[in-house]
Ligand binder design. Structure first.
Ligand code: C5P
Length: 309
């Protein structure tokens, strides 16, 4: 009898920027209560899964050397979780092609985990529903459900409870990637420390920003971007102030630290302006490299449909 080996499945998952990131109090479980508006951006990772004798992870592309290939990688945990839930052996080779900066505040690890869930659900023909995958994603990390979801969404709880937000038109971004990374828990702890010392102010509600998104006008949106983690990221990496200033001087409408940083995200008036800002920023010597991106884009999606049938 002929045994049919399933074909590899390829999934692309987006990065994210937090347009509004209001950090509430530290909860008993070690997480902070958040009110955040995520937007998925076209800067993406690609994850390919194929049958193998054992579970292995390989990383290629930008920053590949900075990504672990053992069980500390979130895709490893995603594969083990999905295999256990589905009653199959986690024998698969997972190849991650990095486009999203590592430890950059753009949910790169979460994107890979979301991509792995979608890819393996297809490869292993498990037929888990969307709500099932959402629940697995939330167990893996606070940002993983959004990486599945994509688009623009309001996140509450620790960021895993999502409601879609209506947006009109595409927004154009320039991303300044920093030399090193920042650890998310370290940035949250720094914010707790700054707050214990009395600074800084807390962001208000997201209502105005959510309204601005419905106008589709980046000029209306730009002054409303805000991130409570920015003060903490700047405290840990003061060079980012220079990066933020340089982006606005180069013609961006506004600049913010993306999530827990250190990537800085600059909202631009249109696609042409984003190209111009990126060229000027690249020459300013204030970051490791520069990328242009647009959003919103969809969440983790299969690129190769051949494995479905
Ligand atoms: O959920 P995830 O594992 O990605 O979170 C990484 C760390 O970031 C947590 O252990 C916690 O220190 C911090 N965090 C937080 N509040 C959140 C999300 C993350 O304090 N809402």
């Amino acid at each position: 009898m002929l045994s049919v080996v399933p074909r590899p499945v390829v999934v692309r998952a987006p990065s994210k920027v937090n347009l509004h990131l209001a950090v509430g109090d530290l909860r008993d479980d070690g997480y902070h209560e958040l009110t955040t508006v995520f937007q998925a951006l076209s800067l993406a990772d690609t994850v390919t899964v194929a049958p193998a004798d054992t579970l292995t992870v390989r990383v290629i592309g930008d920053d590949a050397a900075a990504v672990p290939t053992d069980r500390t990688n979130l895709v490893w945990r995603a594969a083990e979780m999905l295999a256990a839930e589905g009653g199959v052996a986690p024998n698969v080779e997972i190849v991650i092609e990095k486009g999203i900066p590592v430890a950059g505040g753009m949910a790169g690890g979460s994107a890979d985990a979301a991509a792995a869930l979608v890819a393996l659900n297809s490869l292993w023909k498990l037929d888990f529903s969307r709500p099932d995958l959402d629940a697995f994603a939330a167990r893996l990390g606070s940002d993983v459900p959004f990486s599945l979801h994509g688009g623009t969404a309001l996140g509450t709880g620790r960021g895993e409870q999502l409601v879609p937000v209506l947006t009109r038109r595409t927004f154009h971004w320039v991303l300044a990637l920093a030399k090193g990374g920042l650890s998310t828990p370290v940035v949250f702890r720094e914010l707790d420390k700054l707050r214990a010392e009395g600074t800084p102010n807390r962001l208000g509600t997201a209502d105005e920003l959510i309204h601005a998104l419905t106008t589709g006008d980046p000029h209306v949106l730009a002054p409303l971007l805000g991130n409570d983690l920015q003060a903490a990221a700047l405290s840990l990496n003061p060079d980012l102030r220079r990066t933020l200033r340089a982006g606005v001087e180069a013609g961006a409408l506004a600049g913010i630290v993306s999530g827990s940083g250190p990537t800085c995200a600059f909202l631009c008036a249109d696609a042409q302006s984003a190209v111009e800002v990126s060229a000027e920023l690249a020459g300013a010597g204030v970051c490791r490299t520069v990328r242009v991106a647009s959003g919103p884009v969809p969440g983790a999606r299969i690129l190769d449909n051949a494995a479905k049938g």
